[in-house]
Design a protein around this ligand. Structure first.
Ligand code: AFP
Length: 359
């Protein structure tokens, strides 16, 4: 038991003791936590609960939906539509924003979420997550889509749940990034990781290298230097990870540093990136910056972007500040034509000359 430990509710009351709608924000986050507990129970049952597998429908992203995608979405809607705290909801799994039904009062917030991120991993029992973002809605009228299109810097709260060996909730209300672990015995989230801080330097990067042929030169330059390790520009060896579940990559970075990249590439020119701005990039970027890290498209700070569409995609490069800043610098040098010519040892004239010396 964790008697005396700080529960999520106690933490939120302490952090949001201010006037105005702060109490409603705390209540909304408690409702989100209730949905997370339900989703955690379903992911933990897996095949025993009949929750695995796909269904015969695709979402607005054109992706085939998993059963858990739909069930997680329903859990988030059911837990938050009723309380008079939100004016509307938007989800990766819904083409259009969700209109709060007649009979439920509307509130001052908009909740935007990816109910189950990494769902391609559910059937192989790899950690998945829920990502959520909270925005203000200051009009009495029901929100139109345009009301959701606020820059990430406007978020009043953001967080994710990770359904791993333990279920954790990591969130920020603008006063740092904090982690809570679900104690299933008492059904409560306990503050276990207060004030998370990302190391500014790291020797670990995460990227899907099967896309290397589609990357822009600055990304090639950064990854190639990491792979060169001690023998190359960086003078030290690097480690690589790729879980294909953003929440799991981000959680690792919050725990021990690193950099995560899903950069702009030429794989599908119609898509400026794979990840979605409103309910993946923006909430995660808030958590990363609140923990002392950096989050960029490679060219712009993610939280500064002015959204144009609810489901728009963006390039994402985030994590340890000094590594992200190096990648951003490489993009700027590339734009100015100043990036060091990308030479691998094999083609470097000097090294070829050296080889001839000993022929
Ligand atoms: P799914 O939710 O469709 O599994 O996508 C997960 C994700 O959006 C993000 O969580 C991963 O980092 C990324 O996609 C993995 O993309 P690849 O499958 O191209 O590696």
């Amino acid at each position: 038991m964790h008697l005396g430990r700080t529960t999520l509710s106690k933490f939120l009351i302490q952090q949001l003791a201010g006037a105005g709608d702060q109490g409603k924000l705390a209540a909304l986050l408690v409702d989100v936590a209730a949905a997370v507990k339900a989703i955690s129970a379903m992911t933990a049952k897996g095949a025993l609960g009949g929750f695995l597998g796909a269904i015969d429908q695709t979402n607005v992203q054109g992706e085939q939906q998993k059963k858990l995608d739909v069930l997680a979405n329903d859990a988030m809607v059911t837990a938050t539509e009723w309380g008079g705290l939100v004016a509307g909801l938007a989800s990766e799994e819904l083409d259009e924003p969700y209109v709060i039904p007649e009979g439920f009062a509307r509130g001052p917030y908009l909740l935007v979420f990816d109910p189950l991120d990494g769902s391609s991993n559910t059937d192989v029992n790899v950690s998945v997550g829920t990502i959520f973002s909270v925005l203000k809605h200051d009009r009495d009228e029901a929100p139109a889509t345009i009301d959701y299109l606020q820059p990430g810097a406007s978020q009043v709260a953001a967080g994710y749940a990770i359904y791993g060996p333990a279920t954790m909730l990591v969130l920020s209300v603008g006063q740092g990034t904090h982690g809570f672990t679900l104690d299933r015995e008492i059904g409560n989230f306990i503050l276990t990781h207060p004030n998370l801080a990302i190391p500014e330097d790291s020797s670990e990067f995460a990227i899907n290298t099967s896309n290397a042929r589609f990357w822009e030169p600055p990304v090639h330059r950064y990854v190639t230097e990491c792979q060169a390790g001690k023998a190359g520009e960086r003078g030290r060896d690097f480690n690589m990870r790729w879980i294909a579940s953003m929440v799991a990559e981000v959680h690792r970075i919050l725990m021990r540093g690193g950099v995560f990249m899903y950069p702009k590439d030429t794989k599908d020119p119609a898509k400026p990136g794979r990840l979605r701005l409103m309910y993946e990039a923006n909430p995660i970027a808030m958590l990363i910056e609140q923990a002392g890290g950096a989050a960029s498209t490679g060219r712009h700070r993610l939280l500064d972007l002015a959204p144009e569409q609810l489901h728009q995609r963006v390039p994402v490069i985030l994590g340890s500040k000094n590594e992200v800043q190096r990648i951003v610098r490489y993009h700027a040098e590339y734009a100015r034509g100043e990036d060091k010519p990308f030479v691998s040892p094999l083609f470097n004239e000097r090294s070829l000359f050296r080889t001839q010396e000993f022929l």
